[in-house]
Design a protein around this ligand. Structure first.
Ligand code: HEM
Length: 428
């Protein structure tokens, strides 16, 4: 059936798992209705923003298009928005303020800027240069572990055996979290997106119940860490000591604010970078000429990482609330309306990228906005790039021997998507 503006579906999480990203629908929107009022029965209406220039325009006007409105992540009517559970039993038992934004993503300036500053110094390019050799060593170790699993077991899940490891280890090291806790943190942060293995559910527990229980366990873990670092003399993690002592608008952050902050820093960096790693592997295996080119010329790793980020765009979208009437192209967005910016679509915009559907590891320029743009531009950009460089460098010699061994499994989520499982094997 030919696609039409009335028939496209860009909001149903299940379809992201079953069919992958809705590229054709986004192409149609960019071409025919780049600022499109999207109405469907099971979702509150929103303006679908699909062109690169329009995503930049909205992100570049943070006073007009605020994060602190009622919607930030695309959510079905019968579901609770990710990260916005309100004060549940966990918070109520601690006397939490129901009006407190869950974390810095929900804030606007000036509070947003000050909150962000409390941690952004740990993610600069300079800090990442200092960590590069260490990340390289970790990536080599994880690749060796992948190879021995492949040799022993034949087919293995690339996500579990490799892609999830470096993001977790890198975040864990920067934040000074105990390595023994990393595996458990991975389970908790997957649960945030509803990705829960059967072995991590209690008997009779639904996915939603398991997700809530695990989020609360994660918050309890963070609470203990914060209390440990509030003791005189501080705790073992410099990162958490700094956060505990930081002042925002003249005051230190309380437990509720610090738990939300650590929660988002840890969760935001795991699945995104993992999905870029696995999506990057798939892209390189599906484009053998690009893979061979990279093997011949490893100096292209830097530009290959950015092409992988553009190609995979692991964050699907963010919403904003419009606070005053605004003209965008032909459309008049009204105060109170919601806009939804689709980053993968912006990253296939032919107005910015020559041959946008060509995977080109040497693409220059490559002005992708996989990390967003403006005031909320991803805080972990340098970290994610550093991890992806190390992962690619370590994997490069193995790539010619690897093949995908089955269909894989995608995440049914419209905020962060990509493969959560991908079977791979060594070529016979
Ligand atoms: C491939 C990896 C990643 C991608 C594609 C990605 C993408 C994004 C995007 C699109 C945004 C929203 C930007 C906007 O609103 O303009 C964002 C924000 C954010 N990201 Fe990332 N991210 C990645 C990795 C990381 C990592 C490793 C961290 C760990 C520190 C992280 C932490 C955050 C935080 C805390 C925010 C909110 C910033 C704010 O509101 O000021 N991200 N990211």
């Amino acid at each position: 059936m030919a696609l039409s503006l009335d028939s496209i579906d860009i909001h149903t999480p299940r379809l992201y798992a079953e069919q992958g990203y809705p590229w054709q629908a986004w192409d149609l929107l960019r071409e025919q209705a780049p600022v499109h009022w999207y109405e469907r029965d099971d979702v509150e209406p929103f303006w679908a923003i699909t062109r690169h220039a329009d995503v930049m325009a909205i992100s570049g006007h943070p006073r007009v298009f605020i994060n602190g409105g009622p919607r930030l992540r695309l959510t079905l009517k019968n579901e609770v928005e990710l990260g916005r559970g309100g004060v549940d039993a966990f918070g109520a038992a601690r006397g939490w303020d129901p009006n407190e934004p869950p974390d810095l993503v929900f804030m606007d300036d000036p509070r947003h800027r000050q909150t962000r500053k409390a941690s952004s110094g740990a993610f600069t390019q300079g800090c990442m240069r200092g960590m590069a050799a260490h990340f390289d060593a970790l990536a080599l170790q994880f690749t060796d572990e992948l190879l021995s699993s492949l040799e022993q077991r034949g087919t293995v899940d690339f996500v579990r055996e490799l892609a999830c490891k470096l993001p977790l280890a890198a975040t864990g090291e920067i934040m000074g979290l105990a390595p023994d806790d990393w595996r458990q943190i991975l389970v908790w942060s997957g649960a945030v997106l509803g990705e829960i293995e059967p072995e991590h559910r209690l008997p009779g527990e639904t996915v939603a119940e398991a997700s809530e229980r695990q989020s609360n366990e994660f918050r309890g873990y963070l609470e203990n860490l914060i209390h440990e670092h509030r003791q005189p003399g501080g705790g073992p993690s410099d990162f958490i000591n700094r956060l505990v002592n930081a002042r925002v608008q003249g005051k230190p952050m309380n437990d509720q604010q610090l738990i939300g902050y650590l929660f988002v820093l840890i969760a935001a960096g795991n699945d995104t970078t993992r999905n870029a790693t696995v999506g990057g592997l798939v892209a390189l295996l599906e484009h053998p000429e690009q893979r061979e080119r990279l093997c011949r010329d490893p100096l292209l790793i830097g530009s290959a990482v950015d092409e992988i980020l553009r190609w995979t765009s692991p964050v699907v979208c963010f919403l904003r609330t419009c606070t005053e009437d605004f003209k965008l192209g032909e459309a008049r967005i009204k105060a109170g309306d919601t806009v939804c910016m689709f980053y993968p679509s912006a990253n296939r915009d032919a107005a910015v990228f020559e041959h946008p559907y060509r995977f080109d590891i040497a693409r220059t320029p490559n002005d992708h906005i996989a990390f967003g743009y403006g005031a909320h531009f991803c805080i972990g950009t340098n970290l994610a790039r550093a991890e992806l460089r190390s992962a690619l460098k370590a994997l490069l010699p193995v790539l010619p021997r690897l093949e995908v061994a089955g269909p894989g499994h995608r995440i049914a989520n419209t905020h962060v998507s990509g493969f959560s499982k991908l079977p791979v094997r060594l070529i016979a």
